[in-house]
Design a protein around this ligand. Structure first.
Ligand SMILES: [Zn+2]
Length: 358
């Protein structure tokens, strides 16, 4: 694996991602901007599990669907490498070319921490079987491949999958159901960077040094390990997280946001600070810097006192989950459960206040 000679950061990462000074990470390939956040894989899985438990139905299917559509939208604007070089007629397509394309998609997924992908069997236009070693967040992976295979084949496909330990097997096959696009699935525009945080950056590759030191990227196993927590991280598309929330809200009503909020507070309660950062500024300066380095966004402004904090933010990775993390941190600071009050949520900039309950 090629590493930056200066800071040791994986060269592929530095090529893929840009840590912007406004607390977002964008994937910058081919001029297309996608917003990405570096998230704890177990936390994310716990969040989905908690929501499933609370609403009494597994959200896995919705997660597959959200990721499939996000994946297709991504491939529509960021074409899959090699796809222009193979015949358009399915019947005359060489199998090796399709395999090469899916292998390429798999390498991208390994690079963002989702495990190592191998194509097992393939019949053009009919089916494809894939195996992922060291898999995590299975529905997200299944959705990605379903989207990719649909783009390659140009017909609706469906997927069955099973998880055996951390080995995921995905069988994608031709679907007779016509694809009904739902308008809720869209990619939010990545907002232009407003503020600019002063990261210490590598002079050679531009990666923030804190991230370069924090991440251990195991390319051979498709894993990203956070050296601070020892946990596994993944690079998760912000758009698919938000598409998932919109889809659940459409199916189950606005109470989904409240359920996600409570689940994230509970998860963050167990690790309130996220990754430790240096304490040059106040607690909240350090807290928000830690969030920013993970691409979760950064407040435009905030005001805090002993009892709580008010935040204005326009680029949170997810408004609900961002507020929940702040509430858990407020609780850790004040020793009292954080009470959330939303201010303006209609405009691009949202505001909220969290105070330790009296
Ligand atoms: Zn570097």
């Amino acid at each position: 694996m090629k590493q930056c000679a200066e800071c040791g950061f994986p060269a592929r990462f530095a090529d893929f991602f840009e840590w912007r000074g406004d607390g977002t990470i964008v994937m910058k390939q081919r001029g297309v901007l996608l917003q990405i956040a570096l998230l704890d894989a177990d936390e994310l899985q716990s969040l989905f599990d908690s929501v499933s438990e609370e609403i009494g139905v597994s959200v896995d299917h919705t997660l597959v669907e959200a990721q499939r559509r996000v994946g297709k939208a991504i491939y529509a604007i960021r074409p899959i490498p090699l796809i222009d070089h193979i015949p358009h007629n399915r019947l005359t397509r060489p199998q090796w070319a399709i395999k090469a394309i899916i292998d390429r998609v798999g390498r991208d997924l390994a690079a963002i921490g989702f495990g190592v992908v191998r194509v097992q069997t393939y019949r053009a236009g009919e089916n494809m079987s894939l195996r992922v070693e060291n898999a995590c967040l299975a529905p997200r992976l299944v959705g990605s491949f379903l989207g990719a295979v649909e783009v390659v084949e140009g017909v609706p496909m469906k997927a069955d999958y099973r998880l055996d330990g951390d080995t995921l097997t995905i069988d994608v096959s031709r679907s007779d159901e016509p694809d009904t696009e739902v308008e809720r699935f869209y990619l939010e525009q990545v907002r232009p960077a407003g503020m600019s945080l002063d990261y210490d950056r590598c002079s050679r590759c531009g990666a923030p040094l804190k991230i370069a030191r924090m991440i251990d990227w195991d390319q051979a196993r498709g894993r990203i390990i956070d050296r601070n927590t020892g946990h596994r991280d993944v690079m998760f598309a912000v758009q698919s997280l938000n598409a998932l929330q919109r889809e659940l809200e459409a199916e189950l009503g606005a109470s989904v946001a409240e359920i996600m909020y409570r689940a994230q507070v509970e998860i963050s309660r167990q690790s309130p600070g996220g990754s430790p950062v240096d304490m040059r500024g106040s607690f909240w300066d350090g807290f928000f810097l830690g969030m920013a380095l993970r691409g979760m966004g950064h407040p435009d402004s905030f005001e805090s006192d002993e009892g709580g904090i008010s935040v204005k933010i326009s680029n949170a990775y997810n408004d609900t989950l961002f507020a929940a993390r702040v509430a858990a941190a407020c609780e850790a600071r004040t020793g009292k459960p954080g009470e959330l009050t939303w201010g303006d949520r209609e405009k691009e900039t949202v505001s909220f206040t969290v105070r330790g309950a009296a």
